[in-house]
Design a protein around this ligand. Sequence first.
Ligand code: DX5
Ligand code: ZN
Length: 219
Amino acid sequence: MKKNKIKITPSLLSADFGCLASEIKKAEKAGADMLHVDVMDGHFVPNITLGPFIVRAMRKVTKLPLITHLMIENPEKYVKEFAKAGSDTIIFHIETTKNAKALIRRIKSLGKKAGVCIKPKTKVSSIRKLLPLLDEVLVMTVEPGFAGQKFMKSEVPKIREIRKNFARDISVDGGITYENACEAAAAGANVFIAGTYLFGAKNMKKLIAEMKKIKVCGN
Ligand code: DX5
Ligand code: ZN
């Protein structure tokens, strides 16, 4: 199997938005490989967060890839705006579109990487046919909507199942800590998204350095 580099991705949902620029700089200096941006619309998930306007502001203060996790209905309507604002990867939930293939093509035609996300209760079979088209698959280990929830071990077998047929990035999102990132890595995940664990830490740099040493299955 091709080696997949470990990428540590702080989730800005747990940053202090009152000083977003310095929070982004803090994550950069701590060794973050990418930044995770959670977009919620109050429909697909009960919470509301941010739109392209804020992504544009983030883009101005960092060169790190901005991974945009859309938890919104009608993603087709907004991908162009996020692409223009500076998102590097756009990830949507499989339930939010009637034509996932067309949406992936659209994201790629905008010059961006495309990813799909499955939340708990969503089966791997729902995305199997899309795997050859995708740059990334995101497996959620909490119900989408809020930071600070507990990691759901029950979702780990999905990572293993996807890894059998997918050689690119598999990311995990929700309640990630060093310990459960090790479990996810043993199943084949190589991108670890963490909000509370990293932004809540006294020493983000130390935690990121530890996470980068995790052994990924197959690597
Ligand atoms: C939840 C979001 C996550 C969240 C993770 O719906 O998709 O990215 O920010 O936060 P923690 O790491 O605190 O679970
Ligand atoms: Zn997320």
